[in-house]
Design a protein around this ligand. Sequence first.
Ligand SMILES: Cc1cc2nc3c(=O)[nH]c(=O)nc-3n(C[C@H](O)[C@H](O)[C@H](O)COP(=O)(O)OP(=O)(O)OC[C@H]3O[C@@H](n4cnc5c(N)ncnc54)[C@H](O)[C@@H]3O)c2cc1C
Length: 371
Amino acid sequence: MEKADIVIIGAGVVGLAVGAELVKAGKDVIIIERNNGFGRETSSRNSEVIHAGLYYPSESLKAKLCVEGNRKLYQLCNENNIPYKKSGKIIVAESNEEEEKIKQVLKQGTENGARGLRLISKSELQSLEPNIIGEMGLLSEETGIVDTHKLMSFYEHFITEKNSIISYNSTLTGVTKSQSGYILNISEPDGVSFELETSILINCAGLDCDKVASMIGLDIEKLGYTLSPCKGEYFRVSGRHRGKVSHLIYPVPTKISLGLHLVVELDGGLKLGPNAFYVDELNYNVDEGHVEQFFESGIRYLNFLKREDLSPDQSGIRPKLQKPGEVFRDFIIKDERDNGYQGLVNLIGIESPGLTAAPAIADYVFKLLFN
Ligand SMILES: Cc1cc2nc3c(=O)[nH]c(=O)nc-3n(C[C@H](O)[C@H](O)[C@H](O)COP(=O)(O)OP(=O)(O)OC[C@H]3O[C@@H](n4cnc5c(N)ncnc54)[C@H](O)[C@@H]3O)c2cc1C
């Protein structure tokens, strides 16, 4: 049987960031990924926004790791020529009631340690973004956008050039506890399977993190690890509007998402999204019938938008812990030794801001294991 010191399940941005952090410290790592390349699931199906850490309750992991991840991610991009743009973001208020909500976001963001926040008046909003409708706004200067593919490609290269391994087309199908750790059963597409023993196992399996935790033997219902997948679709805005907006534009947040916002991509392309609805089945189709919802949301703040400007784009699925009607749930990043699983770290419910937070999550996991 093959042996490893550390195995990570999942080569999304989080598994890769954790892998890179460990490799940087001189550890040997094997990453097991069922797809034929990195980031084929949630990590390539998102808004690519580097968040500043505005919305999450103080002291939550989401707040702390987002604020820290924001700083670390810009530094990583600067040091390694990973394309990004600190475009800034404006949350736009349409009414007095929304002004109050925006002030609460400012208060929360400030408490969280987010930098570069200030309220802007209607006239400043108009001078910054002449094509945006709103009564006032909250400007976040530290919000930006990153080329997620290049970020993950950087991590992949960093990990493999140091002789650690990313094993693609390899699906974890079973786990047994052994004397010195865990015996993993791994299947390949040709039907061949093999066993791999590891003393440290890190579960970064995204939408299947709960299934992997259950496979290891944890009672996921009792521990509150069961996911409620929540889909988010995007609609593209016609290329004829390219260049009309430069900041990322957000409405005030809802209970389950940041609201249907305008993403200004690195190349200036515009897309609206994501919406948010819970799903039982995981597929990435975009329902063309949802165009009306996107148009109604978009015309509230985009003065140029016509219905015919919108066409279905991509979708992603949030690995949410928060069930329909529930209140806020934080990331779970847990060393499971208290539950009788020495050397196991579970990362559960790493939805937004997981991309932003990835470098800080990696540091956090490293400290859980080695401090
Ligand atoms: C619509 C949407 C918009 C978002 N926008 C943003 C944003 O703008 N900014 C931000 O910071 N965050 C955003 N996020 C969140 C961010 O995308 C995620 O937090 C992040 O991508 C999670 O990365 P991950 O590596 O944990 O998961 P994933 O990318 O899902 O990776 C998990 C990997 O595990 C693999 N895997 C699972 N089970 C097994 C198994 N049994 N064997 C082998 N491999 C397995 C999967 O194949 C997958 O590749 C958004 C999310 C969504 C859905």
